[in-house]
Ligand binder design. Structure first.
Ligand code: NAP
Length: 463
């Protein structure tokens, strides 16, 4: 496996993939550790997660630089990512016990029934490169806190990040085997899911990878969570605060150089404010600083790999060929590295690529609609349902519209984002299951009913 700097094309490092024998050893070690790890108290896990947060903060510069070199994230955003990982560790250190405490159920006076949330064991996490630390910590912190152990199969273009994350947990003092990075290709995933030592699998990635992992999980009867792609609507109603919507909208599209599953991708604007919004939005997009990702001032860096620029440009061309207008950008940049400029497409035809597929780069598609009803219809008229956002001065109206958007998350006057405190996940082809919060931490636990009878019970006539 190799790390290549997408800003320069320079090869940074090569890594040997793990052999089948090594994977077998790691699985054995993880299964052994799972047995002892589930016996630890919340206090012990809490202390180690707090240590992991310290290790992240102590090494923030190094980890941020690694992400920027390996996948081109602008350095200021890499620093924020390390800090957010420290936060998620501390958050689950503090809250896991509360989220997983026994839940008493009112039954009969002479019985005590409750649900206990017991860890499942070894959980495989198949992760993407776009937030190479955050996606992994979003899985690892709640799961380690719940008493599970983690196996990571990271994206093949970020092996350095995969090794570094393993180092965080080792340096924090977690037992060997509590968190292991497997340097393997995606062709190994089905075997690992099918292995008896593995209890469950989560994947964050594309629809195609989701189908494949979902199929393996079904075949092997393992619980799974799938966090897949999105084509999130950003709905601008006629009473929206336009300056704020345009500024936040531009950022919501291009953060992480446009490579975010919950980026605002389709801008759906009511006709009364359409021209004004488009003008301000294009101004905002054109004012972004594109360039060297190691520069603190850079807002948009390169795409993570050269081949991704080709796919992105093909999608833009297909949309333009179908009739869309390029307001800004639209051609790969004439410079070294995998750069694509922030781009705005208007008059996007309903059935074109830009309207129906996920565009995973800094390209916004803008649609004009007559009113709120039409905006909701268009927002929901895609196969995805990850996040969404609606802009209006009338907060009650915003909430009403948010309730009608077919998405796992809906924001009013705020960009789509993930936060350790609230559930994260999608519906439709954006996947199933949740990460984070009380809902996420309970995905990979056995919600076990315990019924303690005091005195005589009753004979049930049905099962
Ligand atoms: P990807 O190609 O699906 O890769 C994601 C991970 O899945 C990588 O580790 C990859 O390994 C592995 N993988 C790929 N095909 C597989 C298969 N058939 N079986 C098992 N594993 C497989 O996605 P990506 O290009 O890295 O990331 C972009 C996609 O992820 C976008 O669609 C984006 O929206 C989505 N995403 C979703 C979320 C969310 O939370 N919902 C967050 C971030 C990204 P290799 O690298 O070895 O191929």
């Amino acid at each position: 496996m190799e790390s290549v700097n997408p800003a320069t094309g320079e090869q940074l490092e090569t890594y040997d993939s793990h052999t089948d024998e090594e994977v077998d050893e790691f699985l054995d070690r993880a299964a052994g550790t799972a047995d002892s790890w589930q016996e630890t108290s919340f206090a012990e896990r809490q202390a180690l997660l707090n240590e992991a947060a310290d290790v992240l903060r102590e090494n923030e510069d190094r980890y941020a630089q690694l992400m920027t070199e390996e996948m081109g994230k602008p350095i200021a955003q890499s620093h924020s990512e390390v800090q957010k990982c420290a936060w998620v560790c501390e958050y689950y250190a503090e809250r896991a016990e509360e989220h997983l405490q026994d839940e008493v159920i009112g039954t009969k006076p002479n019985a005590h029934a409750f649900v206990s949330y017991d860890p499942l064991g070894v959980v495989l996490a198949v992760m993407p490169w776009n937030f190479p630390f955050w996606q992994v910590f979003r899985f690892a912190a709640p799961n380690l806190a719940a008493g599970n152990v983690g196996l990571l199969k990271h994206a093949s273009n970020v092996p350095g990040c995969a090794k570094a994350i393993e180092e965080v947990f080792r340096e924090a003092g977690f037992p060997e085997g509590a968190f292991t990075s497997l340097l393997v290709g995606s062709d190994t995933v089905d075997d690992v899911i099918g292995d008896d030592r593995v209890a469950a699998v989560t994947l964050t990635g594309s629809e195609g990878a989701g189908r494949s992992v979902g199929e393996s999980a079904g075949k092997h009867l393992k619980p799974s969570v799938l966090e897949l792609g999105g084509s999130d609507p950003f709905v601008v109603l006629e009473d929206a605060p336009l300056d704020q919507a345009a500024e936040t909208g531009a950022w919501a599209r291009v953060q992480n150089s446009g490579q975010s599953c919950i980026a605002a991708k389709r801008f759906i604007v009511v006709e009364e404010v359409y021209d004004e919004f488009v003008e301000r939005f294009v101004e905002e997009v054109e004012s972004l600083t594109v360039g060297d990702p190691t520069d603190e001032e850079t807002e948009v860096g390169p795409q993570a790999r050269e081949d991704l620029v080709e796919v992105l440009h093909e999608q833009v061309q297909e949309t333009v060929d179908a009739g869309a207008e390029v307001q800004t950008g639209g051609e790969p940049m004439d410079r070294e590295g995998a750069f694509y400029p922030p781009t705005v497409l208007t008059d996007v035809p309903k059935d074109s690529t830009g309207a129906t597929e996920e565009i995973f780069g800094p390209v916004a598609t803008v649609f004009q609609v007559p009113d709120e009803e039409a905006a909701i219809r268009l927002a929901n008229d895609v196969k995805f349902g990850l996040a969404s956002s609606v802009w209006t001065e009338d907060l009650e109206r915003g909430e009403r519209v948010a309730r009608r958007l077919e998405a796992g998350m809906a924001f009013v006057n705020e960009m789509e984002k993930s936060d350790p405190r609230v559930p994260f996940g999608g519906v439709k082809n954006s996947g199933y299951g949740r990460e984070l919060s009380r809902h996420g931490i309970r995905e990979f636990v056995n919600a076990k009913t315990i019924w303690v009878q005091h005195g005589a019970g009753e004979r049930d006539l049905v099962e």
